[in-house]
Structure formats: structure tokens, C-alpha cells
Design a protein around this ligand. Structure first.
Ligand code: FES
Length: 194
């Protein structure tokens, strides 16, 4: 038994030595690069697009880029915050002690009534018993449009979420009564669309 084992071990040893000898005589052809740092950096730099960011953000890879993205995210958050703040500034939300009242003449109806600054022209006109035109009541059509005869609409009403009239149309006095809150005395012809 001992003889068989010695023969087996000897054969194994010969095979291992043969493999090692073959390996070193042939080689793998792989040579380590002496210094790959510069090459890697250049390859990375070539994949980074030019941006308007000032140096060194322009060239930042990895951590710097992430920092820039985070900063950008914060900036976006601020913008969203500003927009949200603007959205909250509905005249309907103003404190009761800040509400003002204005004389508004409804020319076609032959009525002049006092309107509060925290309710729409349409709502208050209806409350006064007038039959005024409307459809969406959300500033998205022109069914409730009217024309302020005194001048540019924005000088007499605050539009909240008005999405239909152009600046030129408002400059010509047109207003959407369903989203228009009075901020001065004025005369209006209802049922007048641009
Ligand atoms: S009812 Fe549609 S915009 Fe006023």
C-alpha cells in the first residue's frame, strides 16, 4: 500500500511541476501597466460633458458631482417652495382684517355694488342677484370673461390661477370674473370676451 501511495504522490508532483513549467515557458501575455492613473483620468474626463458650472465643479467626478446634484436639488426645492408660497397667496385666504371693499359698476346690469377683495367678482355679482355667465369657474375657459373699461385688468383685479387670457388681453381690460378679486374701484362689462 505504501508503495502505491508513493507512486501516486510522485505522479501528482510530476504533473504539478509540468504545469508550472509550461506556464512559465508560455506566459499569459498580460503585462501590468506601469502607471494607469493618468490614462484612467483622461478616459473619465472624456466622458464628462462640458457644463456651465464653474471650475472645479465642471471637472468633478464622483463625490463632487454628487455634491453638485445635491446642491441642485436644494435649489430646486427652494424654487418649488417659492412657487408653493405664490400659490398660497390667494386673495381668498387673506385675513379678515385685511379685506378691503371697492365700488364696482356692472355696466350692462346698471348696478354698482361694493365688492370685497377676498371674493371673486363672479361670486359677489351672483350674490347680489345678477345672472352672470360662467362655466368652469376655475380660470380655464372664457365663459365668465368681462371687460374692465377703466384700463388694464391687473390694475383693478388680482387674478388667481388665471390660465386663459394673455398679457395683451389683460392689458386691454379683459378679465375672468371667476378668478378675479377686486383691488380698486372699476366698471366692468360682463359677457365680453377678447
Ligand atoms: S368660468 Fe371658465 S374661466 Fe371663468
Amino acid at each position: 500500500m505504501a508503495v502505491i501511495s508513493l507512486v501516486g504522490v510522485g505522479a501528482g508532483l510530476v504533473l504539478v511541476l509540468l504545469t508550472v513549467a509550461l506556464h512559465f515557458s508560455k506566459g499569459t501575455g498580460w503585462e501590468p501597466t506601469a502607471d494607469i492613473t493618468q490614462e484612467v483620468l483622461e478616459r473619465r474626463a472624456a466622458t464628462v460633458p462640458e457644463t456651465d458650472f464653474p471650475e472645479p465643479m465642471n471637472r468633478s467626478i464622483g463625490g463632487g458631482g454628487v455634491a453638485g446634484a445635491v446642491a441642485g436639488g436644494e435649489e430646486g426645492g427652494e424654487l418649488e417652495g417659492d412657487e408653493a408660497a405664490e400659490e398660497e397667496q390667494s386673495p381668498a385666504d387673506m385675513p379678515e382684517d385685511e379685506v378691503e371693499y371697492f365700488e364696482v359698476e356692472f355696466v350692462k346690469q346698471g348696478e354698482t355694488i361694493e365688492l370685497a377683495s377676498n371674493e371673486t367678482v363672479l361670486d359677489q355679482g351672483e350674490d347680489a342677484g345678477m345672472d352672470l355667465p360662467y362655466a368652469c369657474r376655475q380660470g380655464q375657459c372664457v365663459s365668465c370673461a368681462g371687460k374692465i373699461t377703466d384700463g388694464p385688468a391687473d390694475e383693478y383685479v388680482t387674478h388667481f390661477k388665471q390660465e386663459t387670457l394673455s398679457d395683451d388681453e389683460m392689458d386691454n381690460g379683459y378679465t375672468l370674473t371667476c378668478v378675479a378679486y377686486p383691488k380698486a374701484d372699476f366698471s366692468i362689462e360682463t359677457g365680453e370676451a377678447p
